[in-house]
Design a protein around this ligand. Structure first.
Ligand SMILES: Cc1cc2nc3c(=O)[nH]c(=O)nc-3n(C[C@H](O)[C@H](O)[C@H](O)COP(=O)(O)OP(=O)(O)OC[C@H]3O[C@@H](n4cnc5c(N)ncnc54)[C@H](O)[C@@H]3O)c2cc1C
Length: 397
C-alpha cells in the first residue's frame, strides 16, 4: 500500500511509560519525523507513580525523564530485622500527569490521539475498534504486557495509598523496604515515599506465589503500619494496585516468535523489564534513546531491531532470573526476607548496578557467593520444577 504524504512516519501504540518516552525521544532527536501516539484512555500515562534510582538513568539520558520527575530525594533507607541502612543513591518519582503534560507540550495536537482503542496492527497499518485505518511508515506496539507466553515465575503484588496525615511523619527520604513487618504470603515489605511533610505514599508489597490481592486486608495492614509509626491518617488521597510478573525463567522465542508480520514492540510488551523487580523505567529510557538513534526507522527495520534488542537483554539477564528462582523456587516463603536482607549488606555501587540491570560478572559472584541464606544449587535445580506460567496477566487480579 502506498503511503500518503500526510501519513505518520512512526505510530506508537499506547501512550504509557515506554510509548510516551519513545515519542518524547523521537520528537527531540528526530524532529523531521511525523509521529502519532494512539492511546486508549482519555489521557496519557495511566494513573501511576513510577519511581527509580538516580543511578538507573545514565547522566546523558536524564534530560528525557527530567520533565516527568515530580519528587526527588538524595538517598533512601531500608530496614530489616537484623540491620538498617541509609544509602546515598538518589531516588526519583515520576508521574503519569507529568508524562501527559510533557507529551502535550512537546508534540503537536495532530500527533496525539486519545480515546482510541487499537483493534489490530501490522508493521504498516493500524486499525482502531471504531473501524478507522491508519497507514504508517512504522508501528511500535507499546500497549503494556497483556500476556507473557512462554515465561514462568511469581508475582509482585501491592496496594499503595497516598495518605494525608494529621501531623508531620518525620521522614526525610524514601523507605524503599521496611521488611520488619510480619511476613505474609511470601516476602512482604512496606515502601514509603514522603511527598510532603504530612503527605506520604505507603505501599504494602508481597513477593507472592499467586497473583491475588485481598484489598480489604491490605488496606487494614497499611492502616496498622501507619498506626504503629504513630501516624494518624486524615484521608486517603489516592490508591493504586499492582500485580506484576516476576520472571524466573522462560523461552524468549516462545514469548516473541520471529515472524515477518509483527510490528516492533517496546516496554513491558517486549519484556523490557527487570526480571526480579518488574520495573521497566530504566529499560524504557534506554530503549527510547536506542530507537531514536537507529538509522533505519522503516517498519521492518524497527521490528527486527526491537526484537534483537529485547532478546539481547533477555540473554544478559540470567542472573536476575536465577535470583528470582532463589526467591521463589528454593526459599521457603518465610525465608525470602533473608535473601534480601543479605543483599542489602553488599556495597552500594553493586546494589545500584543490580537495580539498573547492569550487574557485572564480579557482582554476580559476590551476590551468589559468601554464605547465601538459600543454597544456590537448590535454586539452580529449581529451574524447571518451580515457577508458574505468566501467560495470563490479563486475568491476574
Ligand atoms: C501500580 C504500578 C506501579 C508501578 N510502579 C513502578 C515504578 O515505580 N517503577 C517502575 O520502573 N515500574 C513500575 N511499574 C511497573 C512498570 O514499569 C509499569 O507497569 C509501566 O507503566 C510499564 O510501561 P509500559 O509502557 O510497558 O506499559 P504502560 O505504561 O501500562 O502503557 C501501556 C499503554 O497502552 C495503552 N493501551 C493498552 N491497550 C491499548 C489499545 N488497545 N489501544 C490503545 N492503547 C492501549 C494503555 O492505556 C497504556 O496507557 C508499576 C506498575 C504498576 C501497575
Amino acid at each position: 500500500m502506498r503511503m500518503h504524504p500526510r501519513d505518520p512516519d512512526v505510530v506508537v501504540l499506547g501512550g504509557g511509560l515506554a510509548g510516551g518516552l519513545i515519542a518524547l525521544a523521537l520528537a527531540r532527536l528526530r524532529p523531521e519525523l511525523r509521529l502519532l501516539v494512539i492511546e486508549k484512555a482519555g489521557h496519557f500515562g495511566g494513573n501511576h507513580v513510577w519511581s527509580c534510582f538516580e543511578s538507573d538513568v545514565a547522566p546523558e539520558n536524564a534530560w528525557l525523564v527530567e520533565p516527568l520527575i515530580a519528587a526527588r530525594w538524595d538517598g533512601y533507607d531500608v530496614h530489616f530485622p537484623g540491620h538498617a541502612r541509609t544509602l546515598d543513591t538518589g531516588y526519583w518519582s515520576l508521574t503519569s500527569a507529568k508524562l501527559d503534560a510533557a507529551l502535550r507540550s512537546t508534540l503537536p495536537p495532530e500527533a496525539l490521539l486519545t480515546g482510541a482503542d487499537v483493534r489490530s496492527t501490522s508493521r504498516a497499518m493500524v486499525t482502531l475498534v471504531d473501524g478507522q485505518a491508519i497507514r504508517a511508515g512504522a508501528v511500535i506496539d507499546a500497549r503494556g504486557a497483556a500476556t507473557l507466553p512462554g515465561m514462568a515465575g511469581g508475582w509482585q503484588t501491592f496496594l499503595g495509598q497516598t495518605l494525608q496525615l494529621s501531623a508531620p511523619h518525620g521522614l526525610t527520604r524514601p523507605v524503599v523496604m521496611d521488611a520488619r513487618v510480619a511476613q505474609i504470603d511470601g516476602y512482604r515489605f512496606v515502601y514509603c515515599l514522603p511527598f510532603g511533610p504530612t503527605e506520604l505514599f505507603v505501599e504494602d508489597t508481597y513477593y507472592a506465589d499467586a497473583p491475588t490481592l485481598d484489598l480489604p486486608a491490605l488496606r487494614g495492614r497499611i492502616a496498622d503500619y501507619a498506626a504503629a509509626q504513630g501516624w494518624e491518617i486524615e484521608a486517603v488521597l489516592h490508591e493504586e494496585v499492582g500485580v506484576l510478573p516476576v520472571i524466573a525463567g522462560g523461552d524468549f522465542a516462545a514469548f516473541w516468535p520471529a515472524n515477518d508480520a509483527e510490528p516492533a514492540r517496546a516496554g513491558a510488551r517486549a519484556a523490557l523489564v527487570h526480571p526480579l523487580t518488574s520495573y521497566s523505567l530504566p529499560d524504557a529510557v534506554r530503549f527510547a534513546l536506542h530507537l531514536a538513534a537507529l538509522p533505519d526507522l522503516s517498519g521492518a527495520a524497527l521490528a527486527k531491531a526491537s526484537r534483537a534488542y529485547a532478546e539481547r537483554r533477555w540473554r544478559e539477564r540470567g542472573l536476575y532470573r536465577l535470583l528470582t528462582r532463589m526467591l521463589f523456587g528454593a526459599a521457603a516463603p518465610a525465608e525470602r526476607r533473608r535473601v534480601l536482607e543479605r543483599f542489602y549488606t553488599l556495597p552500594a555501587a553493586l546494589i545500584e548496578r543490580f537495580y539498573a540491570a547492569r550487574s557485572t560478572r564480579a557482582d554476580a559472584l559476590r551476590i551468589l557467593s559468601g554464605r547465601p541464606p538459600v543454597p544456590v544449587l537448590a535454586a539452580i535445580a529449581s529451574l524447571s520444577g518451580r515457577g508458574r506460567p505468566l501467560a495470563d496477566l490479563g486475568k491476574a487480579a
